[in-house]
Design a binder for this molecule. Structure first.
Ligand code: SF4
Length: 370
């Protein structure tokens, strides 16, 4: 039964990977099969039982289905879309490492995931049949790169989904990283607590705790319904073990691009002791235009969140600048400068004042700086 208690379990107890299976399960119309076969030939498909259980087959606009069930719209690429939309490759000094910012690196351990998101910014790089894992030699070279760059304070394990690895392998990797003196923080980005909560086993949680570095886990989820009872328990196992969690979400048309869905999602994170961290504007990945919003829509939603929902529930709305220049916050601006005669300026000289907008949209003048 899903979190709302509206549906009974009808899904098979296995991950669905083929368009024909999706049609047989009434998750896609039969007439769409030829197009979906073409989509699946290019971009990986996988929907786990945990997420299948959440899909309301009677709702043609179901926000869970929209994230994971392929669509013929993915066959149409738009101008500006790019196989490497956030520019990983130009910043990859050795295989598996992306060194974009001074004090941190991405370490891409695997190129497989439990589920394949239809909006994924690495959709050209993840999935079975892609370059699936680092060889031992490439892994060693990546560790050597991190060891030889003393400025690297944080290592972000990503992929693919790093928690697809077995706990025993995860423990070895965590130990290798924690043994490097200057690596103080190891952050893992994962969808597994919602996609396959049972994989966050006690053994996996223990593998993530390591002497010599602090572990953080960033959970990727985009709709409050993903935070089912089992998903919440999986997150609790991490947090109870002393592993702090943050969230990352993507703003997606038809999934969370309205105030109710977005505020429910952010509140669900906080209820799970997960601090909302990033709300990503949709990246320019090929065939994802139907899932992207405009920046103006995103800013308007952030304005609504700021005014009506607890400060704990506020993520940073960010965009990854195409080409690899990194993330920039793109939320609404609440401050502007105004050079005019301040009423309290005794000598009537021009002074800079700030115009600050409050959560209701009213403008207030902040006094000139002395
Ligand atoms: S889990 Fe992450 S890497 Fe995997 S398909 Fe989804 S967005 Fe892409």
């Amino acid at each position: 039964m899903n979190i709302s208690g509206r549906m009974t379990k009808t899904h098979p107890l296995r991950t669905l990977r083929e368009p024909a299976e999706l049609v047989a399960e009434r998750l896609a119309p039969a007439e769409a099969l030829p197009a979906l076969e073409r989509v699946a030939a290019r971009y990986a498909v996988a929907v786990t039982p945990a997420l299948l259980d959440l899909i309301d087959r009677a709702d043609p606009d179901d926000p869970i289905a929209r994230q994971f069930i392929p669509s013929a719209a993915e066959l149409a690429s738009q101008p500006g879309e790019n196989a490497d939309p956030i520019g990983d490759h130009p910043h990859s000094p050795v295989p598996g490492i992306v060194h974009r910012y001074p004090d941190r690196v991405l370490f891409k351990l695997v190129h497989v995931c439990a589920v394949y998101c239809r909006f994924c910014f690495r959709r050209e790089m993840v999935g079975p049949g892609k370059d699936n894992a680092l060889s031992d030699a490439a892994y060693r070279a990546a560790i050597d790169y991190i060891r030889s760059h003393g400025e690297i304070w944080e290592v972000i394990l990503t992929g693919g989904d790093p928690l697809m690895l077995a706990p025993r392998r995860m423990r070895e990797i965590m130990a290798d990283l924690a043994a490097i003196d200057h690596v103080k923080v190891i952050r893992l980005h994962t969808r597994l607590p919602v996609a396959d909560p049972a994989r966050i086993s006690d053994e996996m949680v223990a593998a993530l705790k390591v002497d010599g570095a602090t572990t953080w886990v960033a959970l990727h989820a985009n709709h409050a319904r993903e935070l089912t009872g089992p998903a919440r328990q999986a997150c609790a196992r991490l947090v109870d073990a002393g592993i702090p969690m943050v969230s990352q979400s993507v703003l997606l048309r038809g999934v969370n691009d309205n105030f109710a869905a977005l505020s429910d999602l952010m509140r669900a994170f906080v209820e799970c002791r997960i601090k909302p961290y990033y709300l990503h504007h949709g990246d320019l990945a090929p065939g994802t235009a139907h899932l992207r919003t405009t920046l103006a829509e995103g800013q308007d939603l952030m304005r609504q969140l700021r005014g009506r929902v607890s400060g704990l529930c506020q993520p940073d709305y960010v965009i990854d600048i195409p080409g690899g220049a990194g993330k920039s916050p793109v939320g609404p601006n609440y401050v502007s400068e105004s050079r005019d005669i301040a009423a309290d300026a005794g000598d009537a000289e021009l002074k800079t004042r700030y115009r600050i907008v409050d959560y209701c949209g009213d403008v207030h003048l902040y006094p000139p700086e002395t």
